[in-house]
Design a protein around this ligand. Structure first.
Ligand code: NAP
Length: 252
């Protein structure tokens, strides 16, 4: 898999899976735009570790449609094109139905859907306009095993990722005539900040043992799946949802 001089925008590229994906693309020759929301130090640290040169940082909150449009415009103007977009930014907030009040419930659902689903849809919209103009592109959405398995403690998260799966399937159909291909990956638990607390807690061993491999994924393993869906030769996988969960949850 080579991505020489391909321009890649990764939302939430400052940490975790996004950071590993930025490093993997850069290693394979791509020019990377790392989006971050708040954590400039982490974003700058990722930037510093990228192979090659010419990579940039772009600040935007994906919950803000105006900031998304400005971010995509900035990347396209800076590089002259936008070949690959990875919709990776996301949040995973605790709000079990039997423990939170009604006000918190509404706040968590709105915030989660705004970032994980509507934010991703707006990134797709703005990127697709640029990709249609230039004659094609790739979009990879980072969903979750939780879309299939349920998330009893983070129900809005599970719903946001199920929505993301359906969005990818719909937009793969809309965009294929424009030579734009859409893939989705569905990781199980991954060793990142997002999962750190849960994996260190009393459920950590149970979660690791959900996989016959006896561990959760490394961010680099998820990045590998993202690069695969964005690679030359994977075009006909458009609309597919790829499990990366170490056989911890089977669906057919
Ligand atoms: P992470 O370590 O918590 O990193 C989250 C990233 O998203 C950070 O770069 C953060 O930016 C960014 N972000 C959050 N809200 C944002 C916003 N409103 N606008 C722009 N950026 C925002 O998480 P991760 O584990 O790498 O997760 C990445 C993706 O994988 C998410 O979509 C997540 O749902 C999915 N996933 C994760 C797991 C897991 O177990 N870790 C499992 C399945 C799926 P800042 O640094 O600026 O805050």
């Amino acid at each position: 898999m080579r991505f020489d001089n391909k321009v890649v925008l990764i939302t939430g590229g400052s940490r975790g899976i996004g950071s590993a994906t930025a490093k993997a693309f850069a290693k394979k020759g791509a020019k990377v735009a790392i989006n971050y929301r708040a954590n400039l130090a982490a974003a700058a640290d990722t930037l510093e570790q990228l192979a090659g040169d010419g990579h940039i940082l772009v600040k935007a909150d994906v919950a803000d449609p105006t900031e998304i449009a400005a971010m995509v415009k900035e990347v396209a103007e800076h590089f002259g094109r936008l070949d690959i977009v990875v919709n990776n930014a996301g949040i995973f907030e605790y709000h079990p139905i039997d423990q939170v009040d009604y006000e918190t419930w509404q706040k968590e659902w709105k915030r989660t859907i705004d970032i994980n689903l509507i934010g991703a849809s707006n990134v797709m919209y703005c990127s697709a306009q640029q990709m249609m103009k230039q004659g094609g592109g790739r979009i990879v959405n980072v969903s979750s095993r939780g879309a299939f398995r349920g998330e009893p403690l983070q129900p809005a998260y599970g719903a946001s990722k199920a929505g993301m799966n359906a969005m990818g399937q719909s937009l793969a159909q809309s965009l294929a005539p424009y030579n734009i291909f859409v893939g989705t990956i569905a990781p199980g638990f991954v060793e990142t900040d997002m999962a750190k607390e849960v994996l260190a807690g009393p459920d950590g061993d149970n979660i690791r043992n959900q996989s016959p491999v006896g561990r959760v994924a490394k961010p680099e393993e998820v990045a590998h799946g993202i690069l695969f869906l964005a690679s030359e030769g994977a075009e006909f996988m458009t609309g597919a949802i790829l499990d990366i969960n170490g056989d911890s949850y089977l669906r057919s």
